[in-house]
Design a protein. Structure first.
Length: 235
């Protein structure tokens, strides 16, 4: 063997590849597959199902809309409701909410407003009436109340009241004792205005019997009338 061949074999024995030899492919490290957890998978499926159910309910609510009657202009108590006072809107309505359906709009036109109607509100059946707010055999007495005479409880149409006659300040003794029961007249609120700018006076229209109307009007003129709210049960 020649010296040259020995030198080549010596280099090869030291781990240096012969010139021109093709290197073998490197095997990549084995990566173990991630273990799937059944609980996580079940939770993911449940969340997906819940999300899909929520979307379905939302779509049903959006699609299940009802046309109802709305108020588009101010209508005072006792005023006849016209078609121009009303409009319609399509909303998702809770069955527990009592409203006038759009198909029944014509049925409320011509009725009187039992309460003050405000634009932007939904019309309910109880807010209108076909009956006159002042019934046969009644008279309407307007009563002006100063701020100190206005009850903290809001006066609303239909509220039962008593008109009480009180002695005027400085009036002469009529011979009656202070313990005598004052004269009273039963009435019913038909309408209450807002407080007048500057004075704060509120005008309340009270329906009384025809025979008591003139007496109540006289008490108002003399400043000897006071308005008292009656209990809801009439006692």
């Amino acid at each position: 063997m020649s010296k040259t061949q020995e030198r080549v074999d010596a280099v090869s024995s030291n781990g240096v590849p012969h010139q021109g030899r093709v290197a073998e492919p490197v095997t990549p490290p084995r990566v173990s597959a991630r273990r799937r957890r059944p609980g996580v998978i079940a939770l993911s499926l449940a969340l997906i199902a819940a999300g899909g159910a929520g979307v379905a309910v939302l779509l049903l609510q959006v699609g299940n809309r009802t046309e109802v009657v709305t108020v588009v202009r101010d209508v005072q108590v006792g005023q006849v409701v016209t078609e121009d006072d009303l409009g319609t809107a399509s909303i998702a309505l809770d069955p527990a909410v009592k409203t006038v359906r759009g198909d029944d709009l014509d049925s409320v036109v011509g009725k009187q407003a039992a309460v003050e109607l405000k634009p932007g509100s939904l019309l309910t059946p109880s807010q209108v009436t076909k009956d006159s707010l002042v019934k046969a055999g009644e008279q309407l007495v307007p009563i002006g109340l100063e701020p100190k005479q206005i009850p903290a409880t809001a006066l609303v149409p239909g509220q039962k009241v008593q008109l009480v006659h009180v002695p005027a300040q400085g009036a002469a003794d009529t011979g009656t004792t202070s313990a005598a029961r004052p004269a009273t007249i039963d009435g019913r609120v038909v309408k209450a205005s807002g407080a007048a700018p500057g004075t704060g006076i509120v005008v309340v229209d009270v329906a009384t019997s025809a025979q008591d109307g003139p007496t109540a009007a006289a008490w108002v003129a003399s400043g000897t009338l006071r308005l008292v709210l009656t209990a809801a049960d009439g006692s």
